[in-house]
Design a protein around this ligand. Sequence first.
Ligand code: DGL
Length: 359
Amino acid sequence: MNNQCMVIRQFSNTLFFLFLVPLSIQAQGELSNIVILATGGTIAGSGATSTSSASYESATVGVDALIQAVPELTELANVRGEQVFQIASQDYTNERLLQLGRRVSELVKSDDVDGIVITHGTDTLEETGFFLNLVIHTEKPIVVVGAMRPGTALSADGALNLFNAVALASSADSRGKGVLITLNDEIHTARDATKSINIRPNAFSSPWGPLGMVVERQAYWFRAPVKRHTVHSEFNIDEIDKLANVQVVYAHGNLDDTLYKEHQRNGAVAIIHAGTGNGSVSSHIFATVLGISQSGVHFIRSSRVMQGGFVLRNGEEDDDANGWVVSHDLNPQKARILAAVALTQSRSAGDLQRIFWEY
Ligand code: DGL
């Protein structure tokens, strides 16, 4: 590089540093206090080589290392981390959801905590986010974040996703919007977001669109959630000892009734039918599932097709006559979470349907 280029480069670096310094000098007292609860996943993963973007070990990097890897976080907030789990998110259980939820509920009650960021594997991130959206009574921002590439990979997405999550959790505009999910610069409500691509950074989408974007530490909002959540929810983690046993059956041609009967035998209080099309029930399982629902196990029609639509009550099936519930626009995995929370107490099908309309 010739001398002239060297001079330009040094000048631009100096200019950049001078610009940066005022931003990072912001009085510490003015910064929000954000707690990062780490639970594992790809955002904490590591691969064998820099080109191992999709084959890697999940949940290997601890929360302090995640925070140290993004020193820019200190420009946004006073950040501290806690390692709640170090797991791949397919290993979440109802018990782990409750454990995480109880820690979140405890932290948001503290005056010296202004917001929470949860780092999480992307596989079940949407379930955890929706669960917290239903049971945590706070207006403080709670942002769930993951990554599709490990930090060791070229063009890893975790560092910027984490930076965006802290920026979002530190923003006053995020208050009262329920639990949020951010990846790929987008802001989603945890109610709607779902992992719809399993191997690219733009993995998450919401059937009704994102709420906004985070660009260069600034959140840009274009819509807000309208369904009940957090402080407007009738469910409270502090009053839940155990989530209800709710199972999902994925429908397809030639489906038989084995799994429905097995779940009933194992004590499921509701079965989510991930039906074909508009939650259709095939004629050769109808008698079995009607009998199961008449025995007191709720039958909730959802759909394996959940991009931009919803299951219409009394559309393909006579839900009124059968005493069945429809999941509305909630996909099967979200419907399971809502039913598992709602059925921590016994409910009529009519009350359960109200809950699916309102949340
Ligand atoms: N095993 C997956 C999980 O922990 C990795 C996927 C990811 O985190 O992006 O959810």
